[in-house]
Design a protein around this ligand. Structure first.
Ligand code: ADP
Ligand code: ASP
Ligand code: MG
Length: 589
């Protein structure tokens, strides 16, 4: 018999009628001869409603009590669905996360799954039962082995389902939801969003962590690491949906479902150059003009960084291969001659990168990378972060030393470490999907010392408070007193805690200040063909310029380009970028 894990989200279980319809769907699948483990979320908006109840009592509820409260939502749906299945003559039994043996760490509200003790589930499956399990929750063994109910974080039922599929070695994990699958962007904002038949786990990890709510990023991380076949499809229509593809070589041992070392590769790419344009005008269209000129001149730009602007002037920094430097310099010079500003460039640089699923979701990882470089006395010229990769551009003279120190720190073996790997064009689309993240704020720490270790200490201070940073940008412009600015984005929820932690830190740095940016959103285009295509960033910047939208910050990684823009332009920008890559064509593979 084939074992399937199926997950039904809140909207799919929003009413008794829908629960009955889901039960019918499960019956059809069982009648076809499959073994079934069904994971469910709370009905409709239950989790939001429970949160609102709590906020009527306190704005600062103990996390343990929030977990006690929120976990009740899923308990309602498992029991009702099990009853509906029994009504249809099927043998079904409901289990909470604890009863299902889902063991998590003890961090309330954001617990990661350590292991799943599957004996009870296996026994029930052997008896031919359909097992209905509460998603989003587990149990920590806690201090002194006193078990406590934990929750995994909003949207976490997807993660419960994929973790169960990995632990039970299920044939497939199917996520049933209120859209036909993963679309090129959020169909609630862009009506012409199209269904993708397939998407790689790396691309989906980026999209999910950049705001595409259709999948919890940690679910994608587990699917990638355990090579779980993951399909997202509609709860209502009988369509194929979207299949996530993963590179089988990532399969790791079954221990520590979400607790393995997230770094599984390290590479150094030599012969890199960086060009920095400073004091260029801060107005819509400048970035578009620059990167169009570079693309038309045949230059393939790798990383791009634009920090927050000052006095109506911007700095844009980007990296290219060493042999493209002269050409790139010439293109930039031509532009600077007409718009004003200064240009400087540097050769003999290398890019060092760590890989692994869910790197940015674990705040300690990037900070350990920066710390290791700083301990080795290596200054970081540029930083690029993504869910699957963090890169730093450094002096090439320090390259081998960096490789050794980082390899040792993350305990990587020779096979995991690569020097100048050749990447082959995969002929994948330059942009497969676009995500809009409205849940971010932008913070700058200004006038910080320009020396090795500054980025690291900022990140580790926040990491110690479990705050994840994203889009970290170091400004190129140094102030007269040899200080510089570092900007980043983080989740709105983490604002206050981040500010307290940073205020304590900067008390040691004379003149340093913390500044919160305007209301922003983050818009990101993701595609694994991006590194092989010239001019992708230019198209994004042009789409924004056409709508007179100014770009506050730019940050890229290999397979994504992110722009931070004013909140009021978010949805317009999403529509514009979506159509500029012709994603509304309905013949997407
Ligand atoms: P569920 O309750 O089934 O878990 P969610 O609300 O968590 O459902 O996720 C589905 C929603 O994700 C969709 O209704 C859609 O608005 C949103 N969404 C955002 N980005 C995308 C995307 N790229 N593809 C599909 N849906 C998306
Ligand atoms: N019920 C939880 C939430 O609303 C978990 C989930 O739906 O995946 O976040
Ligand atoms: Mg969801």
């Amino acid at each position: 018999m084939t074992l399937l894990v199926q997950k039904f989200g809140g909207t799919s279980l929003g009413s008794i009628e829908r629960i009955k319809a889901v039960a019918q769907k499960i019956k059809t699948c069982k009648d076809e001869g499959n073994d079934l483990v069904v994971v469910v979320s709370a009905m409709g908006h239950t989790t939001d409603q429970l949160t609102t109840l709590a906020s009527g009592i306190t704005l600062n509820p103990p996390q343990r009590e929030m977990d006690m409260l929120l976990s009740t939502g899923e308990q309602v749906s498992i029991s009702l669905l099990a009853m509906a299945l029994n009504e249809l003559g099927l043998q079904a039994i409901s289990l909470t996360g604890t009863q299902a043996g889902i063991i998590t760490e003890s961090a309330h509200g954001r617990a990661r799954i350590l292991e799943i003790r599957t004996e009870r589930i296996q026994n029930l499956l052997n008896q031919g039962k359909i097992i209905v399990i509460a998603g989003f929750q587990g149990t920590s063994l806690g201090i002194g082995r006193i078990s406590e109910i934990t929750t995994l974080g909003r949207g976490g039922s997807d993660t419960s389902a994929v973790a169960l599929a990995a632990a039970l070695e299920a044939e497939k994990c199917e996520i049933y939801t209120d859209v036909p699958g993963v679309l090129t962007t959020d169909p609630r904002i862009v009506k012409s969003a199209q269904l993708m038949k397939r998407i790689s786990c790396d691309e989906m990890l980026e999209l999910a962590s950049l705001g595409a709510a259709v999948l919890h990023p940690r679910a994608v991380e587990i699917a990638r690491n355990f090579a779980v076949t993951l399909v997202v499809k509609s709860s209502w229509e009988n369509l194929e949906g979207t299949t996530l593809t993963s590179n089988k070589k990532h399969i790791v041992s079954k221990g520590g479902i979400e607790h393995r070392s997230p770094v599984d590769g390290l590479e150094l790419i030599e012969h890199q150059s960086v060009i920095a344009l400073s004091n260029i005008p801060d107005r819509p269209g400048i970035a578009a003009e620059l990167f169009e000129a570079l693309s038309e001149g045949g230059v393939n730009v790798d990383l791009i960084i634009q920090a927050t602007h000052q006095n109506n002037k911007n700095d844009i920094t980007f990296s290219v291969k060493e042999d493209e430097l002269n050409n790139a310099n010439a293109q930039c010079k031509r532009l600077i001659d007409s718009i004003g500003g200064e240009i400087s460039s540097q050769n003999n640089l290398s890019k060092i990168s760590i890989f692994g699923a869910g790197i940015m979701g674990r705040p300690g990882i990037a900070s350990s990378l920066f710390q290791t470089l700083s301990d080795a006395g290596i200054n970081i010229r540029l930083i690029a972060t993504s869910e699957v990769k963090v890169s730093c551009v450094i002096d090439s003279a320090s390259g081998k030393k960096a490789l050794r120190s980082i390899g040792d720190f993350f305990k990587l073996n020779d096979k995991q470490i690569n020097l100048n790997p050749v990447s082959k064009d995969n002929h994948e689309p330059e942009v497969r999907g676009i995500a809009l993240d409205k849940d971010q704020i932008q913070i700058s720490v200004k006038n910080v010392p320009d020396k090795p270790g500054t980025a690291s200490i900022i990140c580790s201070t926040l990491a110690e408070n479990s705050i994840c940073l994203d889009t970290i940008v170091q400004s190129e412009r140094k102030h007269n007193d040899k200080t510089k600015d570092i900007s980043f984005t983080l989740k709105k929820n983490d604002r206050n805690e981040a500010k307290y932690a940073l205020e304590e830190l900067i008390a040691n740095w004379k003149g340093a200040i913390i500044e919160e940016g305007n209301e922003i959103v983050k818009i990101s285009a993701v595609g694994s063909g991006m590194p092989f295509t010239k001019g992708t960033a230019a198209k994004i910047f042009r789409a924004l310029a056409n709508k007179k939208i100014n770009i506050e910050m730019i940050a890229t990684s290999e397979i994504r380009t992110t722009c931070i823009i004013s909140e009021k332009h978010g949805e317009k920008a999403l529509n514009e970028i979506h159509s500029c890559f012709k994603l509304d064509n309905n013949d997407i593979d």
